[in-house]
Design a protein around this ligand. Structure first.
Ligand SMILES: C[S@@+](CC[C@H](N)C(=O)[O-])C[C@H]1O[C@@H](n2cnc3c(N)ncnc32)[C@H](O)[C@@H]1O
Length: 360
């Protein structure tokens, strides 16, 4: 098969400018190598969790369908295809019913096994009888649960030897399974919140989020509000309950987070955005921006991304507006907030978390 032809330059294209972070891993390389050894190219390949487009670029000639989990992933893949002068590919999301059945899938195993299961759920219900799935992961991230989940969907689950500390799990002979809707429900403040597999804090409200909601300061005059990095929408919804006539925007980079928030927060003045930056918002727009900002990205910790988001918050906040966030103490966000905002006030703190309120 004609893959790995030529060399491609793959960049991360995320909000961080840390050049030491790699846009692919040995698990991606192992996937590619193993895929290049199959005899006949599949007619409909789907690629899951290709974070920055390494697999999309190297396999573009067989026109794979890319299943996108994040907006930042879509932007990175588009940019890398363009920079390497490759044609655009077909994109879908992990909840879509696919118009063509796949006969092969390759999958970088995500950190969240609930998300892994959601991917397998889509694969078995949108594939031909003889579909093969190759999953790749770094050996240090292996958990027996991974094989247990795979065995619910496939009769044969074969693990490879390790190569450069990466390993493959090949799945064949799919089982007939009834369609499951893979959401969990958590209760906060007498309300149930549903969320799809892989969305932040699936079992109970996150403790930092709870601390933020206990101390956030909302005024009746906060009519233009943003729940940044909204996850299942719990923050936006709690604000909506207090100021029901406010225009509330909820934005998240994860497709399934936005899909979950849409299940939980609805109303005429509610606006959901599947996006990872503020390019869609006008400057000086919001009265209030509230967030429990991301700093874990799969197995990476990266505070450059929240810092980039803080800068964008500043731009889109009104002169009279307030930006309120919760942070783990050890992250010491004050150092990054003070150069951006004229006041950075502590609304509450305990031994784990700090809630800040910032204004321009
Ligand atoms: C700490 S969680 C908070 C989720 C939710 N607000 C809560 O409190 O349960 C952070 C969220 O940020 C999202 N995220 C990551 N990068 C983002 C970005 N650049 N823009 C918007 N959301 C992002 C993640 O998908 C995740 O849902």
């Amino acid at each position: 098969m004609e893959i790995q032809k030529g060399k491609y330059k793959i960049e991360r294209h995320d909000l961080s400018n840390d050049k030491s972070l790699r846009p692919w891993s040995a698990a991606d390389e192992y996937l590619l190598q193993s895929f290049s050894q199959i005899e006949h190219p599949p007619s409909n390949l789907c690629i899951y969790n290709d974070r920055f487009g390494f697999l999309a670029c190297y396999l573009h000639s067989i026109e794979p369908r890319i299943i996108l989990s994040q907006k930042s992933q879509e932007k990175a893949i588009r940019s890398n295809l363009k920079a390497n002068r490759l044609p655009l590919l077909n994109f879908s999301d992990p909840l879509a019913a696919l118009d063509r059945k796949m006969d092969f899938a390759i999958l970088k195993v995500p950190k969240s096994l609930a998300l892994f299961q959601l991917f397998l759920e889509q694969i078995v219900h949108n594939s031909s009888k003889n579909v093969t799935v190759i999953c790749a992961f770094m050996t240090r991230h292996f958990s027996p649960k991974l094989v247990e989940i795979a065995a619910q969907y496939f009769e044969v689950t074969e693990q490879s030897k390790a190569l450069k500390k990466a390993r493959l799990l090949t799945l064949t002979k799919k089982r007939k399974t009834a369609k499951k809707i893979l959401t969990t429900t958590l209760n906060y403040n007498d309300q149930d919140y549903q969320q799809y597999g892989g969305v932040f804090s699936g079992e109970h409200i996150d403790y930092a989020t709870q601390y933020l909601l206990e101390h956030v300061q909302i005024k009746d005059t906060d009519k233009l509000v943003l729940d940044l990095a909204s996850g299942n929408g719990v923050i936006g919804n709690e604000i909506y309950k207090q100021v029901p006539d406010a225009e509330i925007h909820l934005m998240d980079d994860a497709f399934l987070a936005v899909a979950s928030a849409k299940l939980n927060v609805q109303g005429e003045n509610i606006h959901h955005h599947f996006n990872n930056d503020f390019s869609i918002f006008k400057p000086d727009y919001f009265d209030l921006i509230v967030t429990n900002p991301p700093f874990h990205f799969e197995y990476e910790i990266n505070i450059q991304i929240p810092i980039a988001l803080f800068k964008q918050c500043r731009r889109c906040l009104k002169e009279t507006g307030s930006f309120q966030l919760v942070a783990n103490r050890h992250l010491n966000y004050r150092v990054h907030l003070e150069p951006l905002f004229s006041t950075v006030e502590v609304l509450a703190e305990n031994d784990k978390f700090i809630v800040y309120s910032c204004s321009k």
